[in-house]
Design a protein around this ligand. Structure first.
Ligand code: KG4
Ligand code: ZN
Length: 334
């Protein structure tokens, strides 16, 4: 069975709509609010919710037209039900539920992080449990063991900032703008990752990560170097900062892979779009004979196709949401 699923994602600052047929993406469109929030240096919840309200209807039309699917042929409707910003979540979730109700279709609420976790399924047929998945986004950094589809054990996570949050805060500190991940990725392009030895935290804890100490260390370094008139080129600082974050994520993930003995490594979340992280994960996994499944960058950052493919799993199991279902901004995976 390859059901046609109309999926919505509005947990933060992207309105995203997709149509998937099974694990195949027929269309995946989004309207980014980055410019709206950039002048505030972060996402403003009320601004995000209003922007979702404005774009969700035209975007749904666009997703359907691009997919070539007639609404009457849809088999199910899905939407992110958390975690995220409550107002933003409610827009997509309510719109999706109303669409499903009007057509009397099954409705599936999906955990945003489960969406990121399932994204590799959109591109890799051999992405299957048992697997370890690194989830690194603006709000979360988790290493998850997937023993069977739908069975998730969070092996470790951040004890303070998420990796994407660290990229965003460090980019601001370096005057690189928002969102910080892509800015650091770009600024680091020709930099020397070994120029400055920033600390790697929590070496003694197997799968937990921490980035708040790095922020303090970079701030102190920049202040002292500036005062001494010895600030290295921005590219070198950016590459060194990036390396510190990437190093920690790669080391902890590979440790989880080794300890569980899995032969499949997946990844999801905006930070997985980072070029250095992708290269390092690929190199390390390949050297250990582990199949690495990294979705293409636009399927790493927030999108609705990942919600569609996660909904497929629930649909196959008859695990549907009812008409009273609502959002849970604080929900946790596993
Ligand atoms: O998954 P996502 O799109 O939204 C959340 O669920 O949070 O992740 C957004 C995060 C932001 O912190 C952004 O700076 C980061 O992903 N990001 C990157 C890159 N592209 C996006 N971080 C590092 N390198 C990138 N190329
Ligand atoms: Zn996300």
């Amino acid at each position: 069975m390859n059901p046609l699923i109309l999926a919505f994602e509005t947990s933060c600052d992207e309105t995203a709509v997709a149509v998937v047929r099974g694990t195949e993406v027929l269309s995946s469109v989004l309207s980014s609010q980055v410019d709206l929030h950039a002048r505030f240096g972060g996402v403003v919840p009320e601004v995000a919710a209003r922007a979702h309200v404005e774009s969700i209807r035209p975007l749904t039309h666009k997703a359907l037209v691009e997919s070539g699917v007639h609404p009457a042929d849809l088999d199910a409707v899905a939407a992110t039900n958390g975690p995220g910003l409550v107002g933003a979540l409610l827009v997509g979730h309510s719109f999706a539920k109303a669409t499903a109700w009007a057509r009397q279709l099954p409705f599936v609420g999906v955990d945003h992080m489960e969406g990121h976790l399932m994204a590799p399924r959109l591109e890799f047929e051999d992405f299957a449990p048992p697997a370890v998945v690194l989830l690194a986004s603006g709000g979360h950094s988790q290493i998850v063991h997937v023993s069977h589809w739908g069975e998730y054990r969070v092996m470790g996570e951040t004890i303070d900032d998420a990796a994407g949050e660290a990229f965003d805060k460090l980019a601001r500190l370096l005057g690189l703008g928002f969102p910080g991940g892509p800015a650091i990725d770009l600024a680091a392009e020709d930099g020397d990752p070994a120029a400055v030895a920033f600390p790697r935290a929590l070496a003694d804890r197997p799968y937990a990560v921490s980035f708040s100490g790095l922020k303090t260390s970079v701030a102190t370094f920049v202040r002292k170097a500036k005062a001494a008139g010895e600030l290295p080129p921005l590219a070198d600082v950016a590459a060194s900062v990036q390396e510190a974050i990437v190093d920690v994520l790669v080391q902890k993930t590979m440790r989880a892979v080794a300890d569980t003995g899995v032969k499949v490594l997946g990844a999801g979340g905006g930070v997985i779009a980072n070029r250095r992280l992708r290269a390092r994960l690929t190199e390390e996994a390949t050297a250990r004979g582990v199949k690495v499944c990294l979705p293409r960058p636009e399927l790493c950052t927030d999108n609705a196709a990942m919600i569609g493919v996660a909904a497929l799993l629930h649909l196959e199991r008859g695990d549907l949401s009812d008409w009273t279902a609502t959002v849970d901004p604080g929900r946790r995976l596993g």
